[in-house]
Write a protein that binds this ligand. Structure first.
Ligand SMILES: *[C@@H]1O[C@H](CO)[C@@H](O)[C@H](O)[C@H]1NC(C)=O
Ligand SMILES: *[C@@H]1O[C@H](CO)[C@@H](O)[C@H](O)[C@H]1NC(C)=O
Ligand SMILES: *[C@@H]1O[C@H](CO)[C@@H](O)[C@H](O)[C@H]1NC(C)=O
Ligand SMILES: *[C@@H]1O[C@H](CO)[C@@H](O)[C@H](O)[C@H]1NC(C)=O
Ligand SMILES: *[C@@H]1O[C@H](CO)[C@@H](O)[C@H](O)[C@H]1NC(C)=O
Ligand SMILES: *[C@@H]1O[C@H](CO)[C@@H](O)[C@H](O)[C@H]1NC(C)=O
Ligand SMILES: *[C@@H]1O[C@H](CO)[C@@H](O)[C@H](O)[C@H]1NC(C)=O
Ligand SMILES: *[C@@H]1O[C@H](CO)[C@@H](O)[C@H](O)[C@H]1NC(C)=O
Ligand SMILES: [Cu+2]
Length: 584
């Protein structure tokens, strides 16, 4: 009997998955619209089908997702990246410009088409340099009929947290990456948003338990988040289910997600505030009058007052390092390859401030790295062909990879790897310096898994994953300013397997947009198809500072040159700027 029962159950679950695997199609016309989410400034934002905020993508695990994109921006290329999705076998649908595709040119269209085989809370956003903070960012939810926590809640909610700028990214970027900003100070957001608005009210039914899916879709700021008088029980981070774990306050960096269970009170005597407080440590200067908090309310009775939030004395958020994944995946204890990335910020000889891994700042290659893999045959295993400024690392199939990230910068950085979740096996406090493998021997037996991890100021973190997903995967800080300043590495996983998976499978619309943009689609990073070792003409970063000059000295020198060139106006203008030590 036992055997036939299990056969019956197996048949039933097969049947369920067959019935449920659907094709979900979205037609997205991406274009400019106007919005004023914080009530302080109306500005152009990037919307979809004439709407902003943009729609939530919602699928069920196992579904095929098709997103037909029409770029109607007129003046910018675009792309969509589906943050956290593995894109297993569909690396070309990952959406990162310069890595897996060319930009979708203004006026052209492009179809993303892939299956989703992982549950949880994700988001989608433009992966064109610096673009998503202009508004092209929204939730992507993958429902799971087999969610292990599903009996614990009655209803689900989605809340996005973000930062917001009154200016568009283009002018902000022009200032950020310029000699006028030698310390690399990131533009400070003008306000904080929840669901791309403020003062959001959520109507609550007494006694119910809610699964609240929270996503930081911001450009820069992490948020401290708490719900007054309600405990959060964490059940998922970044698409990985966790053992339910209580928290009063969480810290959610840009691009991270938390699903928490919140049980409503049994009475309707009061309403309760919830707060997203941007982490001001990230800001070099806190402008006068900045409200770095966003408030919303759990509304039990709309006729009762929605009082302002109480002051919190100190931010003492839950430490996600202690989370235990639901599947109890064991520590990868045998490492086949170690990638060490030493992070620093410094000036190059154009006077602007850049971000570096191992003294190399990322510059997009002429040919998207995936297309280099696909067009170079056996030479695809030679790292040189991917260029001088791509921070490329080649992986062998199925090896266990360890990334050691040493943060030689006083800022906090949230690191994200495309195509994988990783085990976070070690993470230091602030100021711990570089990771010392010899003094670190004990790791959690079932480490937390995420796809985006906070690395602390002048501290370090160590991540491990298995190379079981052939593809070219970006590894980068998810502070969008730092993507632009070059804090990026390219992980080229199993290039020969990529060739066998994707040879002749790239749809023509992918290559067509390259043609429109005059971008080569074959050859090495410089677009050379004859001599793959000849990188003449590749995109490079500006030159290094001359030896013997300190960064500070060269910045002063650059400034006096600029001042001499442009005249005294610049000196007096520069004298008025707050010059502060670099953080973030
Ligand atoms: C939200 O409420 C605060 C406090 O009343 C107000 O200052 C702010 O302008 C409101 N935001 C929006 C978008 O209306
Ligand atoms: C693109 O168009 C928008 C909307 O008209 C405008 O606000 C923005 O400045 C333009 N961007 C560029 C790079 O020209
Ligand atoms: C999506 O991909 C599947 C599998 O390759 C293919 O059968 C289907 O025709 C594609 N659909 C679209 C709209 O491109
Ligand atoms: C918040 O935004 C999400 C995504 O757009 C939406 O699904 C949800 O209903 C919103 N929540 C509230 C309370 O309006
Ligand atoms: C609400 O009432 C139920 C049933 O009496 C009880 O089990 C539950 O603990 C109560 N919830 C709270 C938050 O007090
Ligand atoms: C934001 O919230 C924090 C914590 O309660 C508080 O200390 C701070 O004063 C608030 N900021 C504003 C502008 O209200
Ligand atoms: C990708 O698919 C392969 C083959 O089905 C599987 O072994 C591997 O675990 C998958 N990788 C990820 C990251 O899902
Ligand atoms: C590929 O690499 C080999 C040496 O490993 C070299 O002889 C050959 O010329 C390369 N192919 C091209 C097209 O450059
Ligand atoms: Cu960063």
């Amino acid at each position: 009997m036992a055997i036939s029962l299990s056969h019956f159950l197996l048949a039933k679950s097969l049947l369920l998955s067959l019935v449920q695997a659907a094709t979900v199609t979205y037609d997205f016309d991406i274009g400019w619209v106007y919005a004023n989410p914080d009530g302080q400034a109306i500005r152009p934002v990037i919307g979809i089908n004439g709407q902003w905020p943009i729609p939530t993508i919602s699928v069920t695990k196992g579904d095929r997702l098709i997103v037909n994109v029409q770029n109607s921006l007129g003046n910018e290329s675009t792309s969509l990246h589906f943050h956290g999705l593995y894109m297993n076998g569909t690396n070309h649908m990952d959406g990162a410009i310069g890595v897996t595709q060319c930009g979708i040119a203004p006026g052209s269209s492009f179809t993303y088409n892939f299956t989703v085989d992982q549950p949880g809370t994700y988001w989608y956003h433009s992966h064109a340099k610096g673009q998503y903070p202009d508004g092209l960012r929204g939730p992507l939810i993958v429902h799971d009929p087999e969610d292990p926590h599903k009996d614990l809640y009655d209803e689900e909610l989605v809340l996005t947290f973000s930062d917001w700028y009154h200016d568009l990214m283009n002018p902000l970027l022009a200032f950020f990456m310029s000699v006028a900003n030698p310390s690399g100070a990131e533009p400070v957001p003008n306000s904080a948003l929840v669901n791309e608005t403020q003062n959001l009210t959520i109507s609550i039914t007494p006694g119910r338990t809610y699964l609240v899916r929270m996503i930081n879709i911001g450009a820069f700021a992490a948020h401290y988040i708490w719900f007054e008088d309600h405990t959060m029980q964490i059940v998922e981070v970044d698409g990985s289910y966790t053992e339910p774990t209580d928290a009063d306050m969480i810290y959610m960096t840009a691009a991270q997600r938390y699903s928490v269970l919140i049980t409503a009170k049994n009475n309707t005597d009061a309403n309760f505030a919830f707060v997203g407080a941007m982490d001001q440590d990230l800001f070099d200067v806190v402008p006068d009058g900045l409200n770095s908090n966003v408030t919303g309310w759990l509304v039990y009775d709309d006729s009762l007052e929605k009082h302002p939030p109480k002051d919190v004395n100190a931010f003492e958020p839950f430490d996600d390092f202690s989370l235990v994944p639901w599947d109890k995946e064991e520590l990868y204890d045998k490492v086949d390859r170690t990638i060490r990335l030493d992070l620093k910020m410094d000036n190059l000889d154009d006077g602007a401030n850049y971000a570096f891994f191992n003294d190399v700042t990322y510059v997009r290659p002429k040919v998207p790295t995936l297309y280099t893999v696909l067009s170079t045959g056996p030479n695809a295993t030679n790292p040189t062909i991917y260029g001088s400024n791509t921070n490329q690392f080649l992986l062998e199939p199925n090896e266990v990879v360890e990334i050691i990230l040493n943060n030689d910068d006083p800022g906090k950085h949230p690191f994200h790897l495309h195509g994988h979740t990783f085990q976070v096996i070690s993470r230091s406090d602030d100021e711990a310096g570089f990771y010392d493998p010899s003094s670190s021997s004990s790791f959690p037996s079932t480490p937390m898994k995420r796809d985006t991890v906070l690395v602390r100021p002048n501290g370090n973190a160590v991540m491990r994953f298995r190379a079981d997903n052939p593809g070219v995967w970006f590894f980068h800080c998810h502070i969008e300013w730092h993507v632009v300043s070059g804090l990026v590495a390219t992980i080229i996983e199993s290039p020969l397997s990529i060739q066998s998976q994707l040879a002749n499978k790239i749809p023509s619309d992918h290559y067509d947009t390259c043609l429109i943009l005059n971008s080569p689609t074959a050859g090495n990073a410089a677009g050379n198809t004859q001599d793959l070792l000849d990188l003449t003409g590749e995109f490079r970063s500006p030159g290094e500072l001359p030896a013997g000059f300190t960064a500070r000295g060269i910045v002063a020198l650059v400034f006096s040159c600029v001042a001499a060139f442009l005249g005294l106006g610049v000196i007096s203008w520069y004298g008025m700027m707050p010059v502060k030590a670099k953080t973030g």
